[in-house]
Ligand binder design. Sequence first.
Ligand code: CIR
Length: 258
Amino acid sequence: MIIAITREVSPAMVNCELTHFSRQPIDIELAYRQHQAYEDALKTLGCQVQRMPADPELPDSVFVEDAAVVLDEVAIITRPGAISRRPETASIASALKPYRQLYTIEAPGTVDGGDVLCIGKNIYVGLSTRSNMHAIEQMQDILSPHGYVVLGIPVSGCLHLKSAVTLLSKETLLINPAWVDATIFGDMQVIEVDPLEPYGANVLWIGEGVIYPANFPRTRQRVEEAVKKLGIGLSMVDVSELQKAEGAVTCCSLILRS
Ligand code: CIR
């Protein structure tokens, strides 16, 4: 069974953290509907969606990906780089507790789940404004017994590593090469975003299909070709209001196999 943990959009999302974007008006009602459609897409891909209630005190709490790193063996509760986001982790830990042994990143370590890309036993962590070497060292200590190697890698121009690169399949990366160096990932097939769509590298791959935002038509063509070859499905979602909060599709769920 695949479980997708999500969290309802906070009514306070209009006060979200922003790093590379300027603040734009967010239509919260539309954000709720878009988030529900995203959850429907998760269900279509076979996920059992476990939705946590919204927290009016935590503007960015819909972006559950940043609060934990979930692997088959264990889960690591992060210490998010943005101070406003640190209270998000307690309820995520409660949600994950039935499924995984939990470990926790401690100060001075900081890491956002959006910076963590797992490719087999290699865990790549973007050295962004949110994630640091202290956290990477702690992750390596936690994960060594399970055979993982944790590598800090440079990323620039975007919020998180997974703004710049995500997995489209086990062997395929969707990447913006302006923000991260594709050669770091070794022998992977690489699909680049269209240069006019720098934010188009974030795709959510769940086994039999992928979820991709509707507003990157040029890169979408490349994604469509790839999924056709792979024989997997493609669900398009309009997440315009979540994107205004500097979010994307991977960040709105924590995916775990139970
Ligand atoms: C933040 O700046 O933390 C939020 N406004 C957006 C977080 C998006 N998370 C992600 O892509 N993993």
